[in-house]
Write a protein that binds this ligand. Sequence first.
Ligand code: ADP
Length: 237
Amino acid sequence: MATITLESVTKEYDKGRITQKKIVSAVTNINLKIEQGEFVFVLGSSGAGKSTLLRLMAGDTRPTRGRVLLDDIDLAKLPERRRPQIRRRYGVVWQQPRMIEDRTIFDNIAITMRAAHAPKKRIVEAVPKALGIVGLRNTAMRYPHEVSGGELMRVELARAIVNSPEILIIDEPTANLDNDTAWDIMQLLDEINRRGTTVIMATHAKSFVNILRKRVVTLSDGRIIGDVQKGRYGYIV
Ligand code: ADP
């Protein structure tokens, strides 16, 4: 089980210069609980604080105030030696693609497993399985520049799920994709979620959010202005 809890979380950045501080609050006083198996959209316009919220939930950045808990573990207080173990419970896809161009897609996906010293036997099983889930079984020996943008997004997803994470966090996966491809990605995320993985996805695409009827947490200027539970009717405007 993996429950994420944010308690009065604020994250501030210093956007000033060396001589003059300028503190801005990216997210302010967030209280939120996400249970294992949920599918949650984090909706908001650019600069609303979506990426910051996702990074806080992944333990990728520490709150300035408040606490982020994974079950009863305070992510900011985690000793360095326990970090890899916690990190493996998450699959993450950030906005910047992280493919290594001169490595095959197989190797790009295997990287996180090799880093975790997974046995070779497990790697040769898990990588094709992850590629199979995203519908790209035949691309393992290709290089990143040999596949399309939509396929690359799916490779990123394969890499994020290869360690069978409990939680999948994705920042704007459909931003640069055409509508059909974006839909394919959404279907795929839905399927991954049905297998039991918590899916938390940032987006500004209200059209998908309205049709899919998942839980929607809406951010504006770093604050939660709406939290609509799954299956509730009514459009997000
Ligand atoms: P979104 O993902 O909704 O576009 P972000 O979380 O990226 O929003 O940004 C929220 C606010 O925090 C913005 O004003 C942004 O400029 C600021 N911000 C985010 N990350 C940093 C950073 N590393 N340093 C300084 N300011 C940041």
